[in-house]
Ligand binder design. Structure first.
Ligand SMILES: Cc1cc2nc3c(=O)[nH]c(=O)nc-3n(C[C@H](O)[C@H](O)[C@H](O)COP(=O)(O)O)c2cc1C
Length: 255
């Protein structure tokens, strides 16, 4: 098999792994994974990766994220967007730089985007090296607690937690929208109600067939009902959003 074909196979066959075999991961492997992240296209390299190896801090993160499977991951890395270092770099160039303004939406969006590109490179590098990965969004929803735990300065926000470890499961491939729905030609084509309904029903059915919620969350519930519950707008979701937005604005991410 050609190198190109085998890399494509790795991309097409990657699945999120949530069950890891307890094992150590050598530092050289972690360095290779992070270096792969750094090789992603970027404008300002506006990211920082924080390996959490300290036992107490790991336990604190597990509690914040309420995710048991983090404990078996060989390495957990908090992936942050970092405008702190970028700002210091700009200050070296000129005291009157764009990040001294009150609002800088382009830099914020770019920093988050390039953090995502680096993350995906790290995920693929881990796969190439034979490891599985899972992303957890809890570090963003609990950004204030994570920032305190990891002593993040103003300008640095946690985006996602990357768990890396030896795979202890082979889950099925998870659903995706059909290609023709996400891949538009020359202009945007609105998805019709039938296509939306079809995707929701079929993808939920796939998660039910995997026993996804029982396996990972211990909940006996239809995936579609779970999804509905997750996206419902409630007083609690509004309160949490407001609190998070306030914190993000305070640390310089006015989005
Ligand atoms: C930004 C981001 C945050 C995620 N957060 C979580 C999470 O908190 N918990 C979780 O189980 N999976 C999380 N995932 C993984 C997705 O659930 C997973 O990628 C999706 O179900 C598709 O499955 P697959 O990766 O196996 O194709 C996250 C993925 C992304 C991109």
């Amino acid at each position: 098999m050609s190198v190109a074909r085998s890399l494509l196979n790795i991309i097409y066959n990657r699945r999120t792994i949530r069950k890891f075999r307890p094992a150590d991961i050598p530092e050289e492997i972690l360095n290779m994974i992070v270096e792969a992240g750094q090789r992603a296209p970027s404008y300002y390299q506006a990211y920082s990766f924080i390996l959490v190896s300290d036992k107490e801090k790991r336990k604190a993160l597990e509690d914040i994220c309420e995710a048991k499977y983090i404990s078996n991951a060989s390495a957990i890395i908090v992936i942050c967007s970092d405008l702190n270092r970028v700002s210091k770099m700009f200050s070296y160039l000129t005291p009157n730089h764009i990040l001294t303004s009150d609002e800088y939406p382009i830099e914020i969006i770019h920093s988050i985007f390039e953090t995502g590109l680096a993350t995906q490179n790290m995920i693929i590098a881990a796969e190439v090296l034979g490891f599985g990965t899972a992303l957890l969004r809890c570090v963003l929803s609990e950004a204030e607690r994570v920032a305190a735990l990891l002593e993040l300065p103003k300008g640095v926000i946690p985006i996602v937690l990357l768990c890396i470890g030896e795979k202890d499961e082979i889950p099925p491939k998870r659903p995706r929208w059909p290609l023709h729905i996400v891949f538009h030609k020359n202009k945007y084509r609105e998805p019709n109600p039938y296509e939306i309904a079809n995707y929701v029903e079929e993808s939920s059915e796939m998660y039910d067939q995997e026993d996804h919620l029982i396996k990972y969350k211990g909940i006996l519930m239809k995936y579609k009902d779970y999804l509905t519950m997750k996206v419902e707008r409630t007083k609690d979701t509004e309160k949490n959003c407001e609190k998070l937005s306030k914190f993000l604005r305070k640390v310089g991410f006015k989005i």
